[in-house]
Design a protein around this ligand. Structure first.
Ligand code: ZN
Length: 508
């Protein structure tokens, strides 16, 4: 009867979860030997890597075979035995010379025939190929990582580096604002200064904790394909494993505007906050601005006035100049209509929180159901394995049934993941909107904040027209319209703002 030596190895550098621990390998081999009626005379375990020859325990194994004390080796898989060309060659040579009579693996079928030896040498080469590939990967460093879809550098704003598994994950605090910045910018109505204001308002700062540089906004954020799933490394694009924050379509739209802006931005005159925001109702030309100085002899004082007027680029137009002050007042009224005073804001939040709780309870019930189903599958898998080990079912049926269960398990896990992601995502835009309404209230009440007024006006309106010194507004989303149609007067906003908009209205 052939005497077998059981050889188990798992090295510390093997991160592969597919490889069983040494304890499990021993268990599996014991069971296997019992089933196959094999006589094991010795167990050898090794925690060295098989990449280089010269493993102590492995050499002992070879010596035992050469001394004729054992004639067979039992291991979990050929790759446990040899991962370098010398070890593999040694084992095949021992088979050739008849000193080694048999190899047994629970996961690999071997027969001591020319075909069998050919197959085992293939399995050894495959193991070697795997090792070679690994070291090649290290050499190639970044490029290899990139090809696999992993980003080798610091995560762009809106993402974080997960130090544990070296992946890039979505930044739960900043990602939504980066995505929103793309959506705002895509409308073509915002400048880089606006974008910086928006990001700062939402506490998205540079790594140094400062407002993001305008150049970074255009180049590192709005022109970075990372946000829709590609990675630009030295001008070369790679597909990334990270979750995209935006669609390619949205990115492309922003690119067009980035190109226009690089020309425009230089020509925008500073100090004119409402430029690029309003069109003339009469002729459709854009509204431009200019200053006039007036000298008052009595006080010996020169005062500068800013006026907005139709640029008359589209031909004849009869519109008069509008003083900046007048425009600003009207701008505040527009914003005031869609603002929420702090007291009303609190009511909104409470209502929202109640809904969030209801939604949460619902998803908890769903999650529990799925978890129970998962447990059932685990139990079935256990029973199946026992049935297989007790030889109640044949390997083929075992594998078929197992695959079926594993697929069902993956399906359930997928569902669980979805619930966790989308959970009560519909509440999110609404709470953003509420925050914005409160912000509108603050903006409307602050003084000397022209740029902020302009930014807010762009946020709440899709088009602003000037007609006989009167600003006409189209609120950008149905939500704002519902809100703006409240009976209200500018002085008494606090009293009126307890009117809640329709819950079903399509906000944003
Ligand atoms: Zn005009």
């Amino acid at each position: 009867m052939i005497k077998y030596i059981a050889y188990c190895r798992k090295s510390t550098d093997e991160k592969d979860k597919q490889v069983l621990s040494i304890e499990s390998q021993i268990e599996e081999l014991k069971e296997f030997a019992q089933r196959e009626n094999l006589q094991i005379v010795k167990f050898i375990t090794e925690s060295k890597t098989a990449k280089i020859p010269g493993r102590v325990e492995f050499n002992q194994l070879i010596q035992l075979i050469e001394a004729g004390e054992i004639q067979g080796i039992l291991a979990w898989h050929p790759d446990r035995l040899a991962r370098n060309s010398i070890d593999g060659g040694q084992i095949i040579y021992l088979l050739d010379t008849g000193k080694l009579l048999d190899l047994k693996f629970p996961t690999f079928w071997f027969d001591n025939t020319p075909q069998g030896k050919f197959m085992i040498s293939m399995a050894f080469s495959e193991a070697k190929y795997y090792v070679d590939n690994l070291s090649e990967n290290v050499k190639r460093g970044n490029r290899q990582k990139l090809r696999r879809g992993d980003w080798p550098n610091k995560a762009p704003l809106g993402y974080l580096n997960n130090k544990a598994d070296k992946t890039i994950v979505v930044d739960p605090n900043r990602a939504k604002f980066i995505a929103k910045a793309f959506r705002l910018f895509a409308t073509g109505r915002y400048t880089y200064v606006d974008m910086r204001r928006f990001l700062s308002q939402n506490k998205v700062f540079s790594r140094a904790g400062k407002p993001i540089h305008l150049d970074s906004i255009s180049r590192r954020i709005l022109s970075n394909p990372f946000y829709y799933g590609l990675m630009n490394f030295g001008g070369e694009l790679f597909a990334g494993n990270h979750l995209p924050l935006i669609s390619k379509k949205l990115f492309d739209r922003c690119q067009k505007i980035v190109k226009q802006h690089s020309r425009q931005e230089n020509s925008i005159k500073s100090g004119f906050d409402f430029l690029g925001l309003i069109k003339c109702r009469e002729c459709g030309s854009s509204i431009t601005a200019e200053t006039h100085t007036k000298f008052y002899p009595r006080t010996n004082n020169t005062v500068t006035y800013t006026y907005y007027r139709c640029s008359k680029k589209k031909g004849k137009c009869n519109q008069r100049y509008t003083p900046k002050k007048e425009l600003e007042t009207q701008m505040r009224q527009i914003i005031q209509k869609v603002s929420l005073a702090p007291t009303a804001y609190k009511k909104f939040l409470a209502w929202l929180e109640k809904d969030r709780q209801t939604a949460k309870l619902k998803s908890v019930a769903e999650i529990n159901g799925l978890n129970n189903e998962l447990k059932t599958i685990e139990t079935k898998l256990d029973r199946l394995l026992n049935a297989y080990l007790d030889q109640l079912i044949d390997p083929q049926s075992y594998q078929d049934k197992k695959n079926e269960l594993i697929q069902a398990k993956a399906g359930l896990q997928e569902k669980l993941k979805e619930i966790n992601i989308t959970g009560n995502s519909w509440l999110e835009p609404f709470s953003n909107w509420t925050d914005q309404a409160l912000h509108a209230w603050k903006t409307m009440r602050a003084k000397n904040n022209g740029p902020e007024l302009a930014f807010m006006a762009k946020t709440v309106s899709s088009n602003l027209f000037l007609d006989n010194q009167k600003l006409l507004v189209n609120y950008v989303s149905p939500g704002w319209n519902v809100f703006a149609s409240r009976p209200t007067d500018a002085k008494n906003s606090e009293k009126n703002s307890n009117l809640l908009p329709d819950q079903d209205s399509n906000l944003e």
